[in-house]
Ligand binder design. Sequence first.
Ligand code: SAM
Length: 289
Amino acid sequence: MNYRHGFHAGNHADVLKHLVLVSLLDALKKKDAPFFVVDTHAGRGRYDLAGLQASRTGEAKAGIRKLWALAAAMPTPPPALARYLAAVAAAQAGAPDSYPGSPLIVSQALRPQDRLAACELLPDEANVLKGVLSHDPHSHVHARDGYAALKALLPPRDGPTKFARALVLIDPPYEAQDEEYPLITGAVADALLRFPQGIFAIWYPIKQRPSLHPFFRKVATLPVKSALAIELLVRPDDSPLRMNGSGMLLLNPPWQIEKDIEPALKPLAQAMGEAGASWRLTWLKQDKA
Ligand code: SAM
């Protein structure tokens, strides 16, 4: 595997993913009951936007750095955007060129009753992540395949404590895109047998839209109450060679999460988009209850 997230940290896809993640965590925290988070592809937890990898691609420059500039000029950013930016700022802990990965964002959102299991396959990335989360007794790093770990981690428990709520973030590198989709849908189908009420958040890249259709068709057959795709396109989705945007596919999302997230998408497109940038929310399956 060649993928290293350091080249892409803080890009438009990270921004969308982490904004949605913060909104999901906040929705879960509306109730006192504990929740369990599984991050199947966690990465190293903290990235240096001034470092060699980020500087080589310039993706953060076209991503979070543009959003920071726009937000600084906004008198009242939409609440979900403000909460995402606050989460990033809190994780930076005074280091303005650092950017948090998903496990650090989750870790700092946990309450004493909540837990995180963060899976990372690459030993060097997992070791860095262990250091980043070493202060947090409620987060545990699993240096292993996240898809296989899901089988052991669901239904969620911590010693004698069983959890009635869980969020599973699936954020693979898509090095071979066509091979990743069956891994995702297979893992989610199995996880739903173990924990049908789980909330799943699956990140996916968008190049040309038709390549997504088989994946969405498969997802629509999964036994979930609802499925919502939240997408940000930084340019039209007509180039097969570039990542034109990305999406977060939410299975069993918290009630009315779209109302929190939608107002934040316009500023994301304004800040990080080129000509033809857009955003959209699409229900693949909607709970009529
Ligand atoms: N979720 C992270 C975030 O938002 O900060 C970024 C994750 S990055 C897109 C994907 C990560 O998954 C990489 O660090 C890669 O080493 C790791 N990885 C790849 N295949 C994996 C697997 N089967 N199980 C667990 N981790 C894997």
